[in-house]
Design a protein around this ligand. Structure first.
Ligand code: KIV
Ligand code: ZN
Length: 518
């Protein structure tokens, strides 16, 4: 085992647990392909026993991805572990089963209602079963940071003896601090006699904004696997942002115990920005402009003093060369004259692997967009991909939309949708043209959605920019706080049409989720 820090990416499992971030199989595959290009060591592709959709995603990713380990999550119970083994099987000896069981007093007493001895026995049996099915087994002591140190050490020693090759020490509720987490990892290194037979892994949540700092403190103490997600998406306040953690290690290797100039991890950092964009598009989770490394403002210097300094010597105000994380590699925009081959080549560069049929849909839409705007930029193209693939796969397709709006008009929309080659038209009034469109769509599809979030952004520059709309919609009983909102995206040069496309995308995704029982 190299001394480098291994990155375990859980964007497709813990990241996807983030409300509104659910992805379909195509979206998960695109993310997995891009994670492979980024060079993460492990992709946790899902929780196979949770649904058929999750099983399929893990299985398909295990069959497709060739250069990363593929992990499937399992509780410490036989059915979960066997399902995880079956799902990661296509990855051969790159398949990993990740079993977890809570160890903290709170979880033992109130959630599991089990004694310390019973938990220890379950953990050992779970790991032994997993080990009989695959050689690569990770054990996570859920809520480890709130577990008694001596008991945690006892569990860690027992699971390593039972065959775990990675032991994960999660800060499940984002409770710990850097110095405290350092102490826990150091304690395990000093007190678990077989600790060198496994890799120590850390998994932090960001509830008080310390996930990256905690993960890095653990690396200083000797952890050699960091779990996290791209853009830090995840349950509640999210997980450790892999791009931030990786760039902290690359920028300051000596601060974390590596020799100056030593490469502390295996990531190809020039793929970071592209990966961030793929995850944002596929999950519908917009990246905050000021987000470190991948936010649009991360390298934008607006003050005159800074601009002057940068021009004189970049390092005066920039600790990372933006090119090193993949910023600034723009190419000439496409136009309506660009051919199918040029569009296909650009899509591949942007990380979109499309089938022939999918390319046909995208190319048709590209031509339509090209007619209404002079240049089609890379971000426009990515929006076109999201928009046309989500529409072409959906039960309902948008045929046309017409609306009346204005300060003296009653906002009214007439929408025509197509389902199974049959056209359906209806109209509605609303408090604005967007609202009227959504109501007309509801009348046709019987969806009864309630909009909980709405964002619009221009994907490129100029007055003819494509407007990309992201929505989150609650379907069904809104008093049911467990029902996750469904996200949708749409793009068009007209923002009302983009809004209708986004809303319809959410309606279609909701239908698919209901069919899959998600
Ligand atoms: O936060 C957590 O403890 C987890 C485990 C399943 C690793 O996500
Ligand atoms: Zn987690």
């Amino acid at each position: 085992m190299s001394d480098k820090v291994q990155f375990f990416d859980t964007t497709l499992r813990d990241g996807e647990q983030c409300p509104g971030a659910s992805m379909n199989l195509r979206q998960k595959l695109e993310v997995a392909r891009q994670l492979e290009k980024l060079g993460v060591d492990v992709i946790e592709a899902g929780f196979p026993c949770i649904s058929d959709g999750d099983f399929d995603a893990v299985y398909t990713i295990a069959r497709t991805i060739k250069n990363c380990r593929i992990a499937g999550l399992a509780r410490c119970v036989e059915n979960d572990i066997r399902k995880a083994a079956a799902a990661v099987a296509p990855a051969g000896d790159r398949g990993r089963i990740h079993v977890f069981l809570a160890t903290s007093p709170l979880h033992r007493e109130f959630k599991l209602k089990k004694s310390k001895e019973e938990i220890l026995q379950m953990a050992v049996e779970g790991v032994k079963l997993a080990k009989s099915l695959v050689s690569d087994v990770e054990f996570s002591a859920e809520d480890a940071s709130r577990t008694e140190h001596d008991y945690l050490a006892q569990v860690v020693e027992a699971v390593i003896a039972a065959g775990a090759t990675t032991v994960n020490i999660p800060d499940t509720v984002g409770f710990t601090t850097p110095s405290e987490y350092y102490t826990i990892i150091k304690y395990l290194k000093d007190n678990v006699k077989n600790i060198d037979d496994a890799v120590i892994s850390v998994h932090c949540h960001n509830d008080i904004g310390m996930a990256v700092a905690n993960s890095l403190a653990a690396v200083q103490a000797g952890a050699r696997q960091v779990e996290g997600t791209i853009n830090g998406i995840g349950e509640r306040a999210g997980n450790t942002a892999i791009e931030e953690c990786a760039m902290a290690l690359s920028t300051r290797p000596e601060a974390f115990g590596f020799a100056p100039g030593e490469k502390p991890h295996n990531l190809n950092t020039r793929e970071i920005v592209k990966t961030s964009r793929v995850v944002s598009r596929m999950s519908g989770m917009v990246v905050q402009r000021s987000k470190a490394i991948v936010g649009e403002n991360a390298f934008a210097h607006s003050s005159g003093i800074h601009q002057h300094g940068i021009l004189a010597k970049r390092e005066t105000y920039e600790i990372i060369d933006p090119v090193e994380v993949g910023w600034g590699e723009t190419e000439l925009p496409l136009t309506k004259h660009s051919g199918r081959a040029a569009v296909k080549a650009r899509l591949e560069k942007l990380g979109h692997t499309l089938s022939n049929d999918e390319l046909t849909h995208v190319f048709e839409r590209f031509k339509k967009v090209g007619d209404s705007k002079k240049f089609v930029y890379d971000d426009d193209l990515s929006s076109i991909v999201d928009d046309s693939l989500s529409t072409s796969n959906g039960v309902w397709q948008l045929k046309s939309i017409q609306f009346i709006a204005g300060s003296a008009a009653l906002p009214t929309a007439t929408v025509t949708l197509v389902k199974d080659d049959e056209e359906y038209t209806d109209c509605a009034i609303g408090n604005g043209p967007v609202n009227a469109c959504f109501k007309a769509i509801d009348r046709i599809t019987q969806a009864a959605g309630e909009l909980v979030d709405y964002n619009v952004r221009a994907t490129s520059i100029g007055q003819d920019a494509l407007g990309e709309v992201s929505v989150k919609v609650h379907f069904g009983d809104c008093d049911d706080c467990n029902a996750k909102p469904v996200s949708g995206k749409g793009a068009a040069t007209d923002v009302i049409e983009a809004s209708a496309r986004a809303y319809l995308n959410a309606v279609n995704r909701n239908i698919t989720f209901n069919q899959l029982g998600i």
